[in-house]
Design a protein around this ligand. Structure first.
Ligand code: 13P
Length: 254
């Protein structure tokens, strides 16, 4: 089998869970469990826990990031967080376009695109999430939706900037549902996304693009998902809240 040119990147998205103390305890427990793993380990933690998480993760394999940000550099936007504030507390990446942001907070591709460009220009890496709803799946619109989300959310992102972008295919129907996509279903969608990127940028950008799968990933399905050619990593919600469970996903090869 030919070696993939892409690293394995396993990320946890804690969503609106964990205080500072809980975050620090989690990282203390996780560090020794993932020490030997060849995978890159990312944690997207709540804003309030970023600084403490960064301090606790120093010197380990774990990289800390955020789950959202505003598109403006600064300004009168009560309650919002700017990219430079995330960088200020040590975040290295940000998740953008998560389905919970798209659907619960009505974020459009255009808005997400402005955030992507802001994050990249300020020096944050981006995990961009895309994925179809159950209705769109049933109507056979998966490819159409993925293509539109990809091209609109990544509009005007340069080839150089694409090196700082990771994609996450997260079918909305699989998020928090205990009903993951089958490995073949996910592989097909990942292959389609990579092909879109190859056409819109070039084959080399596509070849090096890490595409994670997210949606009901658990220790018992991680290995089978990761065995697919175009699945380079995982974006884990619920199962990333326990250090022991998450470490089993990170160490899926054991
Ligand atoms: P679950 O793993 O809980 O399905 O969540 C997936 C997700 O939304 C990660 O961003």
């Amino acid at each position: 089998m030919t070696q993939s040119p892409r690293p394995v990147v396993i990320a946890g998205n804690w969503k609106m869970y964990k205080t500072i103390a809980e975050s620090v305890d989690f990282i203390k427990a996780l560090v020794p469990l993932v020490q030997e793993s060849p995978s890159q380990v990312l944690l997207a933690v709540p804003f309030t826990a970023i600084k403490s998480a960064v301090d606790e993760a120093k010197g380990s394999r774990i990289t800390i990031g955020a789950q959202n940000m505003n598109d403006a550099s600064d300004g009168a936007f009560t309650g919002e967080i700017a990219a430079r504030m995330l960088i200020d507390v040590g975040a290295e990446f940000v998740i953008l376009g998560h389905s919970e942001r798209r659907h619960l907070f009505k974020e459009s591709n255009t808005f997400i695109n402005r955030k992507v460009k802001r994050a990249l220009s300020e020096g944050l890496k981006v995990i961009l999430c895309v994925g179809e709803t159950l209705d769109q799946l049933d109507q056979g619109k998966t490819h159409e939706v993925l293509k539109e989300q990809l091209l609109e959310s990544l509009a005007e992102v340069s080839m150089e900037q694409m090196k700082s972008v990771t994609l996450a295919y997260e079918p909305v129907w699989a998020v928090g549902s205990d009903c993951p996509a089958t490995p073949l279903q996910a592989q097909e969608a990942h292959h389609f996304c990579r092909d879109c990127i190859a056409k819109a940028w070039n084959p080399e950008v596509a070849e090096h693009l890490v595409i994670q799968y997210g949606g009901s990933v658990k220790p018992d399905n991680a290995k089978e998902l990761m065995a697919q050619k175009d699945i380079d990593g995982l974006l884990v919600g619920g199962a990333s809240l326990s250090a022991e469970t998450f470490s089993k996903i990170v160490n899926y090869q054991d």
